[in-house]
Design a protein around this ligand. Sequence first.
Ligand code: IMP
Length: 202
Amino acid sequence: MPSEAIRTSPIIKLVIASGNAGKVNEFQHLLAGLNLAIESQPDGLDVEETGSTFAENARLKAVAVASATGCWALADDSGLSVRALGGAPGVHSARYASSDPSRISRLLQELEGAQDRSAEFTAALAVADPSGSVRLEVEGICAGLILPKPRGSGGFGYDPVFFVPSTGLTYAEMDKGLKGRIGHRGKAFVQLEPQLRSLLDG
Ligand code: IMP
C-alpha cells in the first residue's frame, strides 16, 4: 500500500512562453507559491506576434509553446500605450527600437514638448494545456506617467520612465513585491492564480 507521500501528484511543468528574461524573472516571483516546475521556453522557438491585440498575441504564444513542448504554457503579451502617441508603441513595444535604452530614447524624443504624458501598461496572459488548447485568459492594466528622464535601476524595458503616481516611484524604483502587487503583470496574475490552481488541481 503506497504511503501518502508516494501518492502525492507529480509536480507539473509550466513553460513560460517568453524569451524575455525580465518577464521570466517576474513570473518566477509571482508563481513561487504554486507547486510548479517553471521553465523558460526552448532556445530558438521564436513565435511571430501577428495579432493586433495583446490578448491575441498572448494566445498565439501560449498555443505555439504548449504545442512545441507538450507542456502547460503561460504566455504574456504586454506593452506600453501612450495617450499622446495615439496608443503607441502598444503591441509594438518590443519592436519600437533594438534595445531597452534605445526604446526609451525614442519614446522620450517622441514625447518632447508633450503636455499629456499619461500612459498605461497592459499585460494579457494566456495559459494553454499540453495539447495546445487555450484554457485561461486574463488582462491587467496599470496607469501611470512617462517621466522626462529615467529614474531607478531595477526591472527591465521601459521601467525607468514609467512612474506610478500612487506610489511616487517608477517601476524601476520598486522592489519585485510592490511591482507584483500594483503592476500590470501582477494585476493580471491575481486574476489568473486561483483559476490556474483549480485547473491544475483538477
Ligand atoms: P512582448 O510582450 O514580448 O511583445 O514584449 C513587450 C515589450 O513591452 C517588452 O519588450 C518591453 O519592452 C515592454 N514591457 C512589457 N512589460 C514590461 C514591464 O513590466 N516593464 C517594462 N517594459 C515592459
